[in-house]
Design a protein around this ligand. Structure first.
Ligand SMILES: [Zn+2]
Length: 133
């Protein structure tokens, strides 16, 4: 299925680019932004599901070994490692996991395999589309 992974491709083309994620790891377009998102850059980042470190560049790739249920498990495991859910968030945890999975699927399908996706808050775009190797 189409998913988003961290990539260093196209890094540096936009001012303030960063890739602290592990290249190739699954990333999510859903983030919780801090109170200074433009200064810190979190409004432009895609957090890695394994490293919890973000990147400003995410590539759409077709990972045939990943199924929707495996993606859901990866999101759930990542959130749990970061301390979610806690307290009354537990009731809405499944909803939160669904939001991540649906956003990954929607954005991957919208831009297509090989696209390098960027974001600024809720806005996503891809400047360069590459054919899959
Ligand atoms: Zn921030």
């Amino acid at each position: 299925m189409l998913v988003l992974v961290a990539t260093r491709d196209d890094q540096g083309r936009a001012g303030g680019d960063y890739c602290h994620a592990v290249e190739g790891e699954l990333v999510t377009p859903v983030t919780v932004e801090c109170c200074l998102p433009d200064a810190c850059g979190c409004s432009r980042g895609f957090p890695g599901l394994v490293s919890s470190q973000a990147t400003t560049t995410a590539m759409v790739v077709d990972r045939t070994a990943i199924t929707p249920s495996l993606l859901r498990q990866a999101v759930s495991d990542s959130l749990e490692r970061r301390g979610w859910p806690s307290g009354d968030e537990r009731d809405r945890f499944d909803e939160l996991v669904d939001e991540h999975v649906q956003s990954i699927v929607r954005i991957s399908r919208a831009f297509g395999e090989g696209a390098i996706v960027r974001r600024d808050g809720p806005t996503f775009w891809a400047d360069i589309e590459r054919s899959a190797a």
